[in-house]
Design a protein around this ligand. Structure first.
Ligand SMILES: Nc1nc2c(c(=O)[nH]1)N[C@H]1C(S)=C(S)[C@@H](COP(=O)(O)O)O[C@H]1N2
Ligand SMILES: [Mo]
Length: 325
């Protein structure tokens, strides 16, 4: 379900997905469930199903970074996606991301670091040292999933570039290729998609680089071959299909902040007490979960820092998190 808007009209996250598509979907689901159907997952029918067995298995050790909530199904994780380079519909990435060429893959490292250059993915990631982490993923659109990622700590990769003392921030950049990414025809965001972290955030042990999910290499729609996972921040910080890393002294521009600075700050920490200008962040819809009531989807309260406060709250000591949202 692709929502087309004339070029030049910047769409905001949730303006597209929640207010139009999402409303239709809710009406559809209510009707479906009322009619006696058992639908576990919104919009899966419109997406191309990824079969888990088609993706190469990865060997990984289980990490203690694992929440105990039930996992969101493979089907939901791989068919309900945000990857605007493939369109703004939740099913678009699963339908179109096969166009992304992920081999060979290299990452260009620039800026305030001793070892800048172009690195092949295989030289950056030790596929014999992968771990599995089960994190909650909280999208700014007020929904969440529980996802078993496979990858390595972000710090273990960044430190190899020997960032220098001027490096206060690190920016990440997604591949930007019109042929492989048809959604980039539309100026819904400033391409390439870019994101950033403060250095101490990037070196927090929770910050993760995923190369797999559910024990398999990442499906393209989930950001193959390598994507960031920053579980205490809104999902849009977890940038997909990374081709660039740049260390800088000043705060780098980020795509969502450039498009709507009032709505999407640089920090983007999950915070139930700071509402989005257009909706509350106090609770979230659990993707794939259902209550016993017709049409009612399970919700949970949103937790400060997405529940990871013990690990990350000290990073923001003394900061006003409403100002630095
Ligand atoms: N390059 C790129 N990265 C991206 C996005 C995007 O549109 N482009 N969407 C973000 C958003 S809003 C979310 S919620 C997550 C979704 O990740 P998933 O589809 O693997 O669940 O990816 C994030 N990373
Ligand atoms: Mo998101």
């Amino acid at each position: 379900m692709l929502i087309r808007r004339p070029p030049g009209f910047a769409l905001k996250e949730n303006q597209v997905t929640s207010q139009s598509v999402y409303m239709h979907r809710r009406e559809f689901m209510a009707a479906f469930i009322a009619a006696g159907g058992a639908l576990a997952l919104p919009n899966v029918a419109q997406a191309k199903r990824a079969r888990q067995g088609d993706y190469a298995p990865l060997k990984a050790t289980k990490s203690s970074y694992a929440i105990e909530d039930p996992l969101t199904s493979w089907e939901a994780v791989t068919s309900y996606n945000n990857f605007y380079e493939y369109g703004t519909g939740k099913g678009d990435p699963a339908k179109k991301a096969h166009k992304l060429i992920t081999k060979p893959w290299s990452i260009t490292v620039e800026g305030e670091a001793g070892k800048i250059g172009i690195y092949a993915l295989e030289d950056l990631i030790d596929y014999n040292a992968l771990e599995e982490r089960i994190y909650r993923h909280r999208c700014v659109e007020a929904w969440s999933m529980v996802i078993p990622w496979v990858g390595v700590p972000l710090a273990s990769v960044l430190k190899r570039f020997e960032p220098n003392s001027r490096a206060k921030y690190v920016q990440f950049i997604t591949k930007n290729n019109r042929k492989e990414m048809p959604g980039t025809f539309w100026p819904v965001l400033k391409w390439p998609y870019r994101e950033g972290l403060r250095m101490d955030e990037a070196f927090n042990p929770l910050a993760f680089l995923a190369v797999g999910v559910y024990g398999r290499i990442l499906p393209n729609q989930n950001g193959a071959p390598i994507r960031l996972v920053v579980p205490w921040k809104y999902g849009y910080k977890s940038i997909k299909s990374i081709v660039g890393i740049r260390f800088s002294e000043t705060m780098p521009p980020t795509s969502w902040n450039m498009s709507a600075p009032r709505e999407y700050g640089f920090y983007s920490n999950v915070n139930p007490n700071v509402e989005h200008p257009r909706w509350s962040q106090a609770s979230e819809r659990i993707i794939g979960a259902q209550t016993g009531f017709a049409g009612a989807l399970a919700r949970r309260e949103t937790h400060m820092f997405n529940g990871y406060g013990d690990e990350v709250a000290s990073l923001y000591a003394g900061m006003d998190l409403r100002v630095n949202h």
